[in-house]
Design a protein around this ligand. Structure first.
Ligand code: NAD
Length: 498
């Protein structure tokens, strides 16, 4: 058996319904009610991997009721932080033990080369559960001195309370890791979570539901409701029993989610897209920068919110850098994620393929120079060649819009001020990378560049301890770190008049 067939068998063996109140919805019931199903397509073979039953309003109602029961009258609501931390550690242990299965499923459903989930997604997901396992018993408030009340002394203090039932809506590009970013802090804070995984890649989230059961999470604390965005996703955002929505996805959907949330006065965390600059200064280590920029453009086929797809290069080193980057692109090996040697997989679906090829045409039409790529390799699957445009301007469509494919746009600059102005001239503000050994320049410009996270001499370092998020079209609020924990709490002030 090849690793691919092992992964395909695993995909077919997973439950294909919703996980609600600690149980899988029976398939037969779903069929009797003529519930909708959707196919999960392998982006490499273009074949159906499995067919999943969509969660409808009835299933959602049950999940919301189970979540409130767990919080309001079940053991979860009474459990102390240390005990919640133990459960999160148990979850992390199981995730670690099943890492190979998760990695295989993620390669299969997303089309990413096997190395990526093994060095990024799964280690990050496990680390996120462990990080928040440690926070669960450290949610503290403050005591705040005041002059008192009507001449009497007071004792005032704050406490952090769970925000309630959190709807977690995730995208297909890193489904395991991003689900962990939402589930782990919410559970650490004592919330219950209803996860709506992406319809293109729901399999790893179904496996997460199995782990919830095995880890001993009380029924209703984590439900997983697969379904399409316009159906299950929309219902979730409109359900009055949801207390907070944590969404990662496109700005367009983010706007719909935020509008629905606002109608119910529900807070949101929105992690949306990006058009992140990577600025290569003349004094940069050009080989290190070329490696890092190539990673930032081509990792996960460019389907990364933090993709460093706007490559700003000092004019004095421009031509030399473009040559080095083109050599990196030429060394990329597109192919089946399960074949050894593959360094780039397929795009998620046919729509994404058309969208990326459309941007390539726009780049050519607007006068950018195609350095390399731009087409499809001669094989089946939703593949696009690693693509670089040079001689571009920041006003071109390929510099302004998120492509979410392996396409880099190179723009020359003359001065540091111009580099900062170009970097900041974007509707997005998620991440930025500076390539320079000059610490004064690095620290000064890191403060001037508009982004939620700035990295120097390394593309997008990830760690659950580091807050992550953007502003503008990139979203609002933060995940990860203490900020990501507190985003799942209400801050309550208590004053005792003594
Ligand atoms: P998408 O917006 O199409 O879908 C994201 C999720 O929202 C999916 O689960 C989908 O089913 C659901 N959805 C769709 N319509 C909905 C609706 N009307 N109501 C509620 N839910 C709905 O995004 P995508 O194509 O899956 O992911 C790509 C986008 O995600 C890119 O823009 C990318 O930059 C962004 N992203 C951001 C981050 C980040 O941390 N900032 C991380 C990963 C991806």
């Amino acid at each position: 058996m090849t690793q691919r067939t092992v992964a395909e068998d695993l995909a077919r063996s997973l439950p294909t319904t919703s996980f609600v109140a600690g149980k899988w919805e029976p398939l037969s019931t779903s069929k009797a009610f003529d519930v909708e199903t959707f196919d999960v397509i392998d982006p490499v073979t273009e074949q159906v991997l499995t067919t999943v039953t969509e969660a409808d309003e009835t299933v959602l109602d049950r999940a919301v009721t189970a979540a409130h029961d767990a919080l309001d009258s079940g053991e979860w609501g009474r459990m102390d932080g240390a005990a919640r931390g133990e459960l999160l550690h148990a979850f992390a242990d199981l995730l670690q033990q099943r890492s190979e299965d998760f990695a295989d499923l993620e390669s299969l459903e997303v089309g990413k080369p096997g190395i990526e989930p093994r060095v990024i997604d799964l280690p990050q997901a496990v680390a996120t559960f462990r990080h928040y396992a440690g926070w669960a018993d450290k949610l503290t408030g403050q005591s705040i001195p005041t002059p008192g009340y009507m001449g009497r002394p007071t004792l005032s203090y704050t406490v952090r309370e769970p925000i309630g039932v959190v709807a977690a809506i995730t995208p297909w590009n890193s489904p395991t890791m991003i689900a962990s970013w939402k589930i782990a802090p919410a559970l650490a804070a004592g919330c219950a979570v209803i996860l709506k995984p992406p319809e293109d890649a729901p399999l790893t989230s179904l496996l997460l539901a199995e782990l919830a059961d095995q880890a001993g999470l009380p029924a209703g604390v984590l439900s997983v409701l697969p379904g399409r965005g316009a159906a299950t996703g929309r219902l979730l955002t409109e359900h009055p029993g949801i207390d907070k929505i944590s969404f990662t996805g496109s700005p367009e959907t983010g706007h719909l989610v935020a509008t629905a949330a606002l109608r119910g006065f529900r807070p949101t965390t929105l992690e949306l897209g990006g058009k992140s600059p990577q600025i290569v200064f003349a004094d940069a280590d050009l080989d290190a920068a070329a490696d890092g920029v190539a990673l930032g453009v081509f990792a996960n086929q460019g389907q990364v919110c933090a993709a460093g797809s706007r490559i700003l290069v000092a004019r004095s080193i421009h031509d030399e850098f473009v040559d080095r980057l083109a050599a990196r692109a030429a060394a990329v090996v597109p192919g089946d994620p399960f074949e050894p040697g593959t360094t780039m997989g397929a795009l998620i679906n046919a729509r994404q393929l058309d969208r990326v090829l459309g941007y390539v045409e726009a780049g050519k039409a607007e006068g950018a120079r195609l350095v390399t790529g731009g087409g499809r390799p001669d094989r089946s699957g939703f593949f696009v060649q690693p693509t670089l445009f040079a001689d571009a301007s920041n006003t071109m469509t390929i510099a302004r819009e998120e492509i979410f494919g392996p396409v880099g746009t190179i723009i020359a600059f003359d001065t540091d001020d111009e580099a900062v102005a170009l970097a900041n001239d974007s509707a997005y503000a998620l991440a930025a990378t500076l390539w320079t050994p000059d610490v004064s320049r690095a620290h000064t410009l890191a403060r001037r560049v508009r982004a939620g996270a700035v990295a120097v001499n390394g593309w997008s370092p990830l760690d659950p301890r580091l807050p992550w998020g953007g502003s503008g079209r990139s979203g609002q609020g933060r995940e990860l770190g203490l900020a990501g924990l507190e985003a799942n709490t209400h801050l309550k002030t208590i004053t005792v008049v003594l």
